[in-house]
Design a protein around this ligand. Structure first.
Ligand SMILES: Cc1cc2nc3c(=O)[nH]c(=O)nc-3n(C[C@H](O)[C@H](O)[C@H](O)COP(=O)(O)O)c2cc1C
Length: 353
């Protein structure tokens, strides 16, 4: 399938030279349409998109900001698209945050993202040290290879429809009072019998955070299907993740972040990730904030589970709501319609060819 390269013009001269070279390597021999301005993003429904962000020293790009504005203003602009990104900067900062911000906006405009959709080129390319060592090449060659592999995956991405998908639902909330649980219960009712749901509660005391074992030790335990700490993660959660077609994260906003127990789950997933990739597993989430900031939690999920841990991100992966008191979320205006739409969306993402 042909690719559409969305390559916002940089504000500073020279900010795109390295990226020009990487893209020439990644896209050589491929059929590519290039769009450089926000006002050109029309008629893209169903396309394969490669975003390439020249971010320079300060992580800013005015055209990128205009694209972000258009995506937020037009919630169907990228309906049915699938995308990957290359973010190129001149420092070790901003590449990941700029990419995650754009990914969330594009996702809410209907765009899906491959698992591990981001290739980052930091200023010194020190982030390619391990890949370069493994490939036996220089840093820029490792960058080129990663960008080319991304373009290849984007072109070839195919998702097989499932007849009876298997959902793993993770939460760390009290069943009686939780807004996120209340919304999930209504989504589950709407999914009906055609979808198998397994819920696991990771409340305080059930899960220790990752202890940051040395790489070889993590690999050693991971290859045996476990982790140094064992416990619920090894006995219940790893096998459930392995057999799931999709992960549903139920996330109250705690200080503009995921709660500690859900963060511990993601950190502990590293041992399983050492020996397997999750490209074929979709990520969904319900995020409830008392006041504001649901986008920050959604971005954290994108960065940790889609960009780092390789879960596939379907378009509009998260239901984002604002409610504080017990019972408040279910009583929000228009909630029934949004629950209908979210449940139908999970079902069609997993079951429709
Ligand atoms: C420890 C803690 C931190 C919180 N931090 C925030 C916050 O930073 N921003 C916000 O909007 N709401 C915050 N809240 C409110 C919750 O997000 C809100 O009550 C939500 O409905 C909780 O969902 P739950 O009932 O599923 O736990 C916080 C709540 C707790 C208990």
């Amino acid at each position: 399938m042909s690719l559409t390269l969305i390559y916002p013009q940089p504000d500073f001269p020279g900010a795109q030279e390295r990226l020009d070279g990487v893209l020439a390597h990644a896209l050589a021999g491929r059929e590519v349409t290039v769009l450089r301005r926000a006002e050109k993003l029309d008629g893209l429904a169903g396309k394969r998109l490669l975003f390439a962000l020249p971010l320079g020293e300060w992580g800013c790009n005015g055209e990128c900001l205009r694209i972000l504005t258009r995506l937020r203003r037009e919630p169907n602009l990228l309906e049915g698209c699938t995308a990957g990104l290359i973010a190129d900067g001149a420092s070790p900062l901003y590449t990941k945050s700029a990419a995650a911000e754009l990914t969330l906006a594009a996702n809410l405009a209907g765009c899906a993202f491959l698992g591990r959709p981001l290739v980052e080129g930091t200023g010194s390319l020190a982030n390619f040290r391990i890949q370069a060592k493994n490939l036996g090449c220089g840093l820029i060659e490792a960058y080129d290879a990663a960008a080319r592999e991304l373009a290849q995956r984007l072109e070839g991405e195919v998702r097989a429809p499932l007849t009876r998908p298997n959902l793993l639902v993770l939460h760390a909330s009290s069943h009686h009072t939780s807004n996120t649980m209340a919304l999930w219960n209504k989504v589950r009712e709407r999914l009906g019998d055609g979808v198998d749901c397994r819920e696991i509660g990771l409340r305080n005391g059930t899960l220790s955070d990752c202890s940051g074992c040395p790489y070889t030790m993590c690999l050693h335990f991971g290859e045996r299907g476990g982790c140094f700490y064992g416990g619920v993660m090894q006995e219940e959660v790893y096998p459930a993740v392995r057999s799931a077609d999709a992960l549903v994260m139920l996330c109250p906003n705690y200080n503009d972040a995921l709660s500690a127990n859900l963060t511990a789950f993601i950190n502990r997933l590293t041992a399983l990730f050492r020996q397997t990739r999750f490209y074929d597993k979709a990520l969904f989430a319900i995020v409830v904030s008392g006041y504001s900031g649901g986008d920050i939690v959604a971005r954290q999920l994108i960065a940790a589970l889609n960009m780092n841990k390789s879960f596939y991100l379907p378009g509009r992966f998260a239901l984002l709501e604002t409610a504080n008191d017990p019972g408040e979320a279910l009583a929000l205006p228009g909630m029934e319609g949004r629950l209908d739409a979210f449940a139908a969306h999970i079902q069609s993402t997993l079951c429709t060819p």
